[in-house]
Write a protein that binds this ligand. Sequence first.
Ligand code: GTP
Ligand code: MG
Length: 445
Amino acid sequence: MLSIYENDTIAALATPPGQGGIAIVRVSGEAARTCFDALFVPAGKQTVESHRLLYGHLYDENRVLIDECMAVLMLAPRSYTREDVAEFHIHGGEQVARQALNALYTLGVRPAEPGEFTRRAFLNGRVDLSRAEAVMRLISAQGEQSARAALRQLTGGVSSFVHGMQAQVTALAAGVAAALDYPEEISEEEAAGDTARQARALAEKLSAACDERAARVLETGFDVVLCGRPNVGKSSILNALLCEERAIVTDIPGTTRDVVRGSVTLGGAKINLSDTAGIREQAETVEAIGVERARRAMQNADLTLLVLDGSAPLTPEDEALLRDTENLPRAVLLNKCDQGMAFQLPDVLRVSAKTGEGMDALRALIADKAHLAGELPLTSARHMRLARQAADKLLEAAEALEGGLPLDLAAIDLQGALELLGGITGERVDEKLLDSVFSQFCVGK
Ligand SMILES: Nc1nc2c(ncn2[C@@H]2O[C@H](COP(=O)(O)OP(=O)(O)OP(=O)(O)O)[C@@H](O)[C@H]2O)c(=O)[nH]1
Ligand SMILES: [Mg+2]
């Protein structure tokens, strides 16, 4: 992707397509200024200055009026891409935006590729790779929690974590390199002993920074599955949580046949709810398939809500479900508490989908379980893959050192770890290693 980058001028609609109060057409590249002057005429005696929002009119290449608008020119390098950037804040609606873009295309501007403005910001050194990715994540974040994670990445949380790790690995590599270069001054054993232990500690720190499950929750949401035997009120609880009549509710057992889904935001986290077919043995064909799907959904859920009818005695089916879900992340709900309780169990939540009793407590419980790992340093799949590979390299280095293998081997592994870490922020690190060796160690004094 990066290699096809050409230094031409690009344009795109920067706001979502469709109707809206305003739409912003953004242009970046050498011709941005010419395009601005060619198409936009400021009203009155306003002078065109960089970073000044102007009111005026936008015309096409034939001087036909497109829109009355605001426009701003942001000259390099003080712009998002570090190139000259022009923005036209036009009226929302696809027709106006299309006309504006077409006018730009006739001036030799080409449509921007997805993410190309941010790619330019990276290539021009304005943001590192992890921050560029963070912009993408922030744009597509669903739920406050994932937006926060993206924002932390954007403000350099990932970069500073990675830089911290790089500094520590560099220090190890520098020690090994010094022992290699000056064998008469530093013994191999001396270099190997502590380095192996530290390499293991750093590997552990890197692995601890990755949590696949937390990352997935941030990315796609926390999966909650409602299960239980037929007619206990699963669909009623789903509807109550979603505040809409999503699933069909009747007093006939076996109403829900397939998995019914819906999402809500609770405590800033995106929660994906699934209502399932009531689980029972004597189900006919269609229902039996639904029961099978319900069981599968339970296995993959981040949280299973086992719903029991609290107003009627426990049945053998309830007991079987209590056993089946024992080792899953689960919470047990006693529904229909408005009709009085027929039995007691420890650690359950009493709710009524009918009266709403206990529903706030249920929301709080789900939000609490979903609120995990918000502060993890690495939450993107690419970062975690590189961090894990770097951790492996560090372990290899430790093993080589402990096994008394030549120091060169450990040095290569440490260098490998550095390169992998550099891959997260998109930089090269060989220079850094050299600098570190000669600036921090006065071995040859
Ligand atoms: N009194 C009372 N009735 C409830 C409550 N929740 C659900 N019901 C009733 O119980 C019946 C079954 O509700 P559903 O939500 O369809 O139950 P379900 O578990 O989804 O049932 P299946 O889809 O058949 O497995 C309906 O008549 C609901 O009105 C409650 O909290 N109190
Ligand atoms: Mg149902």
